[in-house]
Design a protein around this ligand. Structure first.
Ligand code: ATP
Length: 266
């Protein structure tokens, strides 16, 4: 089997696009965490090489079981933000904490590999791979920061979403975009990260499959979820982070399907 697909996959997942700014590793004090905080992020700032500010002093927390929806117009910086959260690229002010089984971890103290396995980014478009779906999962399990993790069975998860066991033996490239998307999501969920970062996770799915995935993810919680779909946002969001442009943002809470802006932190 050729590993070029895997190498491209791993490259895609775990190497950065060029770092365009000096990273300021400020270790946060655990006193920043409030009750039930799972992920705490402070002053995330990202400036493009041309000087455009994507987000500036972005601070928020994800509490246990919450789903934080991220929205904003195309190019607002949503994917870049998720990639910063997973330490695939680095924000200028790189300060975040995770509460893991009562222990506080950070990328600075505990290392980026552990952080990435706990704050797991799922790509908007499934990456290329030359083997079968089962081989794709096998390679992920062999990545050094997944080897010692307890995984759930992704086949069982994907079955809930209409992916048959037989599809796992199918060549990855022959699967439809929606099948690849569901399998990628099932694998990510099976890795049992503390936080899932989902980048338009149902963009290739029909309404029925979308609902099945949403139901599973809402039960799971602990997700930062990019969507352009306001109906989906209303169904899944506990709160909403909107990148409003020029580095600004606002956070609102989803209360009985009506969004009330409670905090404009800029
Ligand atoms: N390293 C980089 N160098 C130059 N431009 C970059 C870099 N990284 C991101 N960008 C630009 O930053 C902007 C934000 O990109 P990003 O993918 O985060 O947007 P998005 O909000 O997720 O968009 P969409 O909704 O279309 O997926 C885009 O204009 C993109 O071209």
């Amino acid at each position: 089997m050729s590993f070029s697909g895997l190498s491209s996959f791993v490259k895609n997942l775990y190497t950065s696009i060029p770092v365009v700014q000096t990273v300021n590793y400020n270790e946060l004090n655990s006193s920043k965490l409030e009750e039930n905080d799972l992920l705490y992020v402070e002053k995330l700032t990202y400036t493009l090489p041309n000087g455009d500010i994507l987000f500036d002093n972005l601070s928020f927390s994800l509490k246990k079981n919450e789903i934080l929806v991220v929205r904003g117009k195309s190019g607002a910086g949503k994917t870049t933000m998720l990639r910063c959260l997973s330490q695939l690229i680095y924000s200028k002010y790189n300060s975040m904490l995770l509460m893991l089984n009562g222990i506080i971890i950070s990328p600075v103290s505990n290392g980026v590999p552990l952080w990435r396995s706990e704050v797991l980014y799922v790509h908007q478009r499934p990456p290329p791979f030359e083997g079968t779906a089962a081989e794709y999962y096998q390679k992920i399990k062999e990545l050094h920061f997944q080897v010692n993790r307890t995984h759930s069975n992704p086949v069982d998860i994907a079955l809930l979403w209409g992916i048959t066991a037989q599809m796992w033996t199918q060549k990855w490239t022959l699967l439809s975009g929606g099948e690849q998307q569901r399998i990628s999501l099932a694998i990510a969920a099976a890795c049992n990260p503390s936080v899932l970062l989902l980048d338009e996770p149902t963009s290739m799915l029909d309404a029925h499959s979308t609902k099945l995935v949403e139901d599973f993810m809402v039960k799971r919680g602990n997700i930062v979820w990019i969507t352009h779909n306001s109906a989906q946002e209303a169904r899944v969001a506990s709160k909403v982070l909107t990148l409003t442009g020029a580095g600004q943002y606002e956070i609102s809470f989803n209360s009985q399907n009506s969004l009330v802006v409670v905090d404009n932190l800029v």
